[in-house]
Write a protein that binds this ligand. Structure first.
Ligand SMILES: Cc1cc2nc3c(=O)[nH]c(=O)nc-3n(C[C@H](O)[C@H](O)[C@H](O)COP(=O)(O)OP(=O)(O)OC[C@H]3O[C@@H](n4cnc5c(N)ncnc54)[C@H](O)[C@@H]3O)c2cc1C
Length: 378
């Protein structure tokens, strides 16, 4: 797969691997399974400059690139999923400002987000609006000097830890009753807060957020009224491939664990790696891993080159990577036998962690719809 990456990209990937191994792995050991986002985890990523990759233009650098995001997420997710989710959410909460923020908004938020002094989240999903974004019911009513928001957001990652959220609400326009607008909401605003924390099968800071007559001044509107859908989807377009990269990182760790275990676990007088039944599993896993990496890197490289059929290749990468990673993790559990389902083992944790990736940022079924539409409409 290395033929797809330039010397610089390979060097960057190796730096990310070393960073994850040296700085993130000890924090994973220290905090284990937690729904909180530890301050020293954020600091480690900030000190390494990772958040600056998410808004470089605003910080005097180059445009946000897909491949570096993927290489970071591949390495972080393989070591500690809460680190990967924190990085991803910082990106999902920053990129709408990169896309649509004015000078004042960028100056107010992006420098601090890039330095990890503020944590961000992205709040789109609602109880009645998951795959169907058009069903969003949260409403922003115009009021003197701004907007008043009412509604509920569900399944919001880093919902508790985030200092600010980019959120989306209906702002009906003439002839467009479902028009959406995007807003920046800071923690501590009256009428806005965590309604309920949600417990997932794997560690994750997940929450419902509630708006109850929450006043937002006009300067918190991103872009113009009605730009919300463009901003929401533009952000997801960039990050979709990187979900595939996170799945790849998890799958690689599961594969490495399976291979090592198969070579050392002895049954019937020899390592189980000597049995063809296990060899076939390892061969399938390695092949799917390579195919995943190829699809993810292809999509990221094409995004960065602004090539053709970006939407389709990005959906293909997210779809295949998350489904293949789930199969690889499952086979790794199988190769570990009873050990694989014991609480506290690596593969048992990965088995719980991989599941949500087939659902968030567009489910497998929605990716298939996107791919099919792009084929039929071509
Ligand atoms: C761990 C986690 C973290 C998340 N973090 C965030 C976050 O930070 N911010 C945020 O805004 N959201 C977040 N989400 C929400 C996530 O994006 C949604 O869960 C996802 O889009 C699916 O919506 P839903 O759960 O309401 O399922 P639904 O949309 O109700 O779907 C239920 C099932 O129906 C299928 N389905 C729906 N429509 C169709 C169709 N047209 N054709 C075929 N099948 C269909 C789906 O694929 C799925 O299998 C998170 C979710 C999870 C689980």
């Amino acid at each position: 797969m290395d033929i797809m990456l330039s010397a610089d990209q390979k060097r960057f990937k190796e730096e990310c691997r070393i960073f994850a191994e040296k700085k993130i792995a000890p924090l994973a050991e220290k905090y284990g399974e937690t729904d909180e986002i530890p301050a020293d985890l954020v600091r480690a990523m900030a000190d390494h400059g990772l958040f600056q990759l998410l808004a470089p233009e605003a910080l005097g650098g180059k445009a946000v690139k897909s491949l570096p995001l993927c290489l970071v997420r591949e390495q972080l997710a393989g070591v500690y999923c809460p680190a990967d989710v924190t990085f991803a959410m910082q990106g999902l909460g920053s990129y709408p400002l990169v896309l649509a923020g004015n000078e004042e908004q960028r100056a107010r938020f992006l420098t601090k987000l890039g330095a990890g002094k503020l944590l961000a989240t992205y709040a789109l999903t609602e109880p009645e609006a998951g795959s169907d974004v058009g069903a969003i019911a949260t409403e922003a009513r115009e009021a003197a000097g701004g907007f008043i928001l009412n509604g509920m957001k569900r399944f919001i990652s880093n919902g508790q830890a985030a200092d600010m959220a980019v959120t989306f609400a209906k702002t009906p326009l003439p002839g467009k009753p479902k028009a959406l607008s995007a807003f920046i909401v800071e923690k501590g605003r009256e009428g806005f807060g965590v309604h309920k924390r949600l417990k997932m099968i794997a560690p994750h800071d997940l929450a419902e957020l509630k708006f109850e007559d929450c006043f937002l001044p006009r300067e918190n509107l991103l872009g113009n009224p009605g730009d919300g859908l463009r901003i929401a989807l533009g952000t997801l377009d960039l990050f979709r491939v990187s979900v595939g990269a996170a799945a790849l990182g998890i799958a690689q760790t599961a594969f490495d664990a399976a291979l090592a275990y198969a070579k050392t676990r002895v049954q019937f007088g020899r390592p189980i790696a000597g049995f063809q039944g296990i060899q076939f599993k390892l061969a399938d896993m390695a092949t799917e891993l390579d195919a995943t990496r190829a699809l993810v890197y292809r999509a990221a490289l094409r995004q960065d080159a602004k090539g053709e059929h970006i939407t389709r290749v990005a959906s293909m990468a997210k779809l295949y990577a998350t489904e293949a990673a789930f199969r690889i993790v499952d086979q790794s559990v199988q190769i570990h036998g009873g050990i694989g389902v014991m609480a506290g083992t690596t593969v048992e944790r990965l088995y719980r962690e991989i599941r949500a990736l087939r659902i968030y940022e567009g489910t497998t079924e929605i990716q298939k719809l996107v791919i099919a539409r792009s084929l039929i409409d071509r």
